[in-house]
Design a protein around this ligand. Structure first.
Ligand SMILES: NC(=O)c1ccc[n+]([C@@H]2O[C@H](COP(=O)([O-])OP(=O)(O)OC[C@H]3O[C@@H](n4cnc5c(N)ncnc54)[C@H](O)[C@@H]3O)[C@@H](O)[C@H]2O)c1
Ligand SMILES: Cc1ncc(C=O)c(C(=O)O)c1O
Length: 309
């Protein structure tokens, strides 16, 4: 049974994951190579906790778990039943972590990766017990979005998948087991199909960025939270989908490289909120207000969707 979890990497995703797992009654050790990331994560726990309160997520009867921060990798993974690797999306950075923990952990300790889309089969090449490695792909913000993809690589033992799926369920989250280890798994294949088209439409001047967001959020987005794509096909009618897709699919963006607009911005260190500018611009005050407003709205929508409005 999983009780002790180590999170390696406390950037965008780590702090919310730590808070959510602790709320599920688990004992979390949180580690990062960067002291500044540890301090930032520590300061974010209170905010995540108040969002979890607003969501009405109660701890189990045995009580709420704990989050302890450490700057020592050996201390973080010592005695852990599960390690969640959450470092940047780069195979060699992730492989370094697996090599570093290999001799520090028991052969049956589960090692999960929060990779956004690197096949688990590739990551398993860098660990001595590949049967205990699994994909555990959270969605951002991880303390609010309940769905987590679970992905087996070619060498993952079925029991490893079952253990992680059951753990996710046991703390009130929603596991989705992906049946094939395809790049991007399912959530990001769908998201990146949408983002490729959205970036292309803005880049070609078909629509302004603000209007693109209005169109998608108030059209498809709002609807799809209630009616998933497969159900939407039935609601629209497969005959309609057949007619439209017969001419539209051929006209959709099929670019297989990164769009010039994105390269231009990233080359100028315009990464979005984290750098103050990306598709839009953000002052620190606006960022704080925006994060609060988004959390409030996501909490409200989730409560309604769960029938707890
Ligand atoms: N950002 C998202 O929306 C999102 C959503 C789901 C999954 N993911 C995936 O989760 C992983 C982490 O993403 P993120 O957005 O939190 O990244 P991030 O860049 O915000 O944070 C990564 C953290 O890892 C730390 N780090 C780097 N090397 C390390 C090492 N060797 N040991 C310990 N810590 C180390 C960095 O200091 C940093 O704090 C990636 O694989 C990413 O693709 C990201
Ligand atoms: C743009 C983008 N890329 C990856 C992920 C997750 O892996 C997300 C997300 O969770 O929201 C994302 O927005």
């Amino acid at each position: 049974m999983i009780q002790r979890i180590a999170i390696i990497g406390l950037g965008t995703m780590g702090p919310g994951m730590a808070a959510r797992l602790a709320r599920g009654g688990l004992q979390v050790a949180a580690y990062d190579v960067a002291p500044v990331a540890i301090e930032r994560a520590r300061s974010m726990l209170g905010v995540a906790d108040s969002v979890l309160d607003a969501l009405g997520i109660a701890p189990p009867q045995a009580g709420v778990g704990t989050v302890r921060f450490t700057d020592d990798l050996g201390d973080a993974v010592s005695g852990a039943d599960l390690i969640i690797e959450n470092v940047p999306e780069n195979i060699s950075v992730k492989a370094d972590v697996y090599r570093a923990i290999d001799s520090l952990i028991a052969s049956d300790t589960i090692v999960a990766s929060d990779t956004s889309g690197i096949p688990i089969t590739k990551l398993q090449e860098h660990i001595s017990h590949p049967e205990r490695m699994v994909g555990m792909h959270w969605s951002n913000p991880p303390h609010i979005i309940p769905m987590i993809e679970v992905i087996a690589g070619e060498k993952t033992a079925p029991q490893t998948v079952t253990t992680i799926r059951d753990l996710i369920r046991s703390i009130g989250l929603l596991p989705v087991v992906v049946k094939k280890d395809v790049p991007g798994f399912v959530e990001n294949r769908v998201l990146y199909a949408l983002l490729r088209e959205a970036v292309d439409l803005v880049e070609r001047g078909v629509i302004d960025p603000e209007d693109l967001d209005t169109c998608v959020s108030w059209g498809i987005g709002y609807k799809i939270a209630v009616i998933g794509p497969m159900a939407l096909l039935d609601m629209a009618g497969l005959d309609i989908y057949k007619s439209v897709s017969s001419f539209l699919n051929a006209d959709l963006s099929n670019r297989d490289d990164v769009a010039p607009m994105v390269l231009e911005k990233t080359n100028a260190s315009k990464f979005g909120i984290k750098s103050g500018e990306g598709m839009f611009s953000y002052t620190p005050e606006q960022t704080k207000a925006l994060q609060g407003e988004r959390a409030r709205k996501l909490v409200a929508v989730r409560r309604i969707l769960e029938g707890r409005g």
